[in-house]
Design a protein around this ligand. Structure first.
Ligand SMILES: [Zn+2]
Length: 125
């Protein structure tokens, strides 16, 4: 094997290793859209658990997550579940941004949550 082949083999391996962690980097936070004005301040609790435990919570919201934020606007809580195998500052920041009412570009998750919250608060009055 020559030097060039060795190098390309190394890049491939690195990419494979990073792949699971890379997924979330393609799911950006839309920082240009401010959170809803009446988004309540949520108490953030961080749970750093095994990949399996994280998956047990996060798989309710779809497949292939490496972290997720479970928001309860009525209880004013935001629970961040992170897999200790894939922890990094970006993921932590990303999930915290969700707790603060930021969404992914083009996603309607935050809008859906706030609409439901507004409807229930109006009912209670
Ligand atoms: Zn996200």
């Amino acid at each position: 094997m020559n030097r060039r082949q060795q190098q390309s083999k190394f890049s491939l391996l690195l990419c494979l290793l990073l792949m699971s962690g890379c997924a979330i980097f393609y799911t950006a936070i839309d920082e240009n859209t401010p959170p809803p004005v009446d988004w309540p301040e949520l108490k953030i609790t961080k749970h750093v658990v095994s990949h399996k435990e994280m998956n047990a919570v996060c798989s309710k919201y779809g497949k292939g997550w490496i972290a997720c934020a479970v928001m309860d606007l009525h209880a004013k809580t935001c629970d961040i579940w992170m897999s200790k195998d894939h922890m990094n500052v970006y993921i932590e920041w990303h999930e915290e941004m969700h707790c603060k009412g930021y969404d992914h570009p083009g996603s309607t998750t935050i809008t859906g949550l706030i609409n439901e919250y507004r409807a229930k608060t109006a009912e209670a009055k």
